[in-house]
Ligand binder design. Sequence first.
Ligand code: SF4
Ligand code: SF4
Length: 329
Amino acid sequence: MSYVSLPVLGQSHAAPFNWQTWYEDVGGRTISIPEADAWMRAIVEDQVPRFDGRVAPMQQHFATPREAADWVKASAKSDIVGICRVEAADVYAGRSVDAQYAIVLGSRMRYEHFVEVPSEQAAVECLRVYHQLGEEVIALANAIRAIGHACTVEHPLGDSSVMHIPLALKAGFGELGRHGSIIHPTFGPLFRIGSVLTNLEMAIDDPVDAGIGAFCDRCKACRQFCPPDAIPDSRFDDGIVDHTGRPRYVVDTGKCFPYFARQNYCSACLAVCAWARKSWAVGLDGQPLPFPSVPFGTTPPPLSQRVEHHSYPQIRRSEASPHHRSKQK
Ligand code: SF4
Ligand code: SF4
């Protein structure tokens, strides 16, 4: 399970999704890692004020939607790039989006920081990539505005108007794993997602069915290594199916979050994920790295009201972003 992470923004930034309540339910915020906090501060203080930008008055037109998509993908600097339409179901309740297209960006986290999970090293890597991906969505938005097309930045770290996971699935990032996160066919599950929204007409990508769901049906590595036993044994057949037509695996957030909140944002399920026999679990030099160790530690009691508590995972964008504030009215 991979939560939208920490609003270490201070009490002045009230959150539409009440992370504070979640943390109060598990005894408050107990994780404090100076390096992770520094990345968070850099996002809030340096990146958020750069979400908006001037749209050039001269608009560049493309001969076809495919040409526009190719230009956008060439302009994006992320490891994974896909394009899809934005539908009403992709937008959080209470928000409105007037863009028809999402350009979804994914940046990989480095597996070598996850060879022990939970760990401070893994937590820092999560925040580092949130920051890196923040730069990537801001840069792409600036490039699109420079050719005369308006767009909005949807940062990977919460307070987005859209849900990145359904957008990424539509944009061909991969399939939902048993652990509730997207698994990319080549890159596995260790990446974060952000988006740029625009009305520039582009060719869209197709969702992927790479056999990942079928693999998960036979593999239970994440379930075996989840310390609080939050990952299900079977799919949850409530009539809702994923894009491959299968019912989803639904992680018990009431069990996951209490552990996640005390154990460096956990990430064990991502690190141990056995998809493709861990072919994606390599170092920067491409060499395979060992299967992670998972010191389970103490497992806190579960929360009971998981559905009510985990329905709206957003944090408020800062006062520096008037465009998005107006969308929330
Ligand atoms: S507690 Fe379980 S589901 Fe939650 S992040 Fe850890 S391994 Fe994943
Ligand atoms: S560890 Fe196995 S079951 Fe869990 S998400 Fe990865 S491939 Fe699927």
